[in-house]
Design a protein around this ligand. Structure first.
Ligand code: ADP
Ligand code: MG
Length: 195
């Protein structure tokens, strides 16, 4: 992987959207995009797009993602940076969904991609996340929405991603994600309106 270069100087707010698999990140991000004109950048979607292109990189990624593991750091960073750069002039802000998944990823993002204005964390129990993912799996076509991979993803989230929430605690706004979509979004709006 080539050197990804100096961080971007982004004039609009960049927000990390954290939460376990199935906590509602994608659902809430779509609503934020609609109301606030932010650009939603999902690391999972960027990776799945790459898989769909069936390039050698895509095939490598596919094998890792089917096991419920995390893909190499530089690959995701480069995809994220390209996606942000592309919309830097038109976006009202950026939602970075599904990244960082580890403390190291967080540090690399701020040193190589751009700085972060705020962090939102959707808090949901493992049982509810699993139930929502199994439901989503009936129609999502996602290879990782099956019982075995879900268990592994939840474990990976608790072990590797929760430390990110703890490390950046002073910047994190925690939103309970148990309630129906619109109730959760009410809390998101209160957060967004203060940005
Ligand atoms: P993530 O992007 O965090 O993995 P999604 O937004 O894809 O989560 O949501 C996972 C599943 O849960 C989807 O099927 C979605 O429709 C459902 N879902 C999301 N938010 C809620 C909610 N507040 N109440 C009930 N179901 C929800
Ligand atoms: Mg998602």
């Amino acid at each position: 992987m080539t050197d990804i270069g100096a961080p971007l100087d982004i004039k609009v707010p960049v927000v990390w959207v954290l939460g376990g698999p199935g906590s509602g990140k994608g659902t809430q991000c779509a609503k934020i995009v609609e109301k606030y004109g932010y650009v939603h950048i999902s690391s999972g979607d960027l990776l799945r797009d790459e898989v769909a292109k069936a390039t050698p990189l895509g095939q490598q990624l596919s094998a890792i993602m089917t096991k419920g593991e995390l893909v190499p750091l530089e690959t995701v960073l480069q995809l994220l940076k390209n996606a942000i750069k592309e919309k830097a002039d038109s976006a009202k802000g950026f939602l970075i969904d599904g990244y960082p998944r580890t403390v190291e990823q967080g540090e690399k993002f701020t040193s190589l991609v751009c700085s972060v204005k705020a962090i939102v964390f959707f808090d949901l129990s493992d049982d509810l996340m699993a139930a929502r993912l199994l439901e989503r799996g009936k129609s999502s076509g996602r290879a990782d929405d099956n019982e075995e991979t879900i268990r592994k993803r939840l474990q990976t989230f608790r072990n590797e991603s929760m430390p990110v929430v703890e490390k950046y605690a002073s910047m994190v706004v925690t939103i309970p994600a148990t309630d129906p979509v619109d109730v959760v979004f009410g809390k998101v709006v209160a957060f967004m309106d203060k940005l």
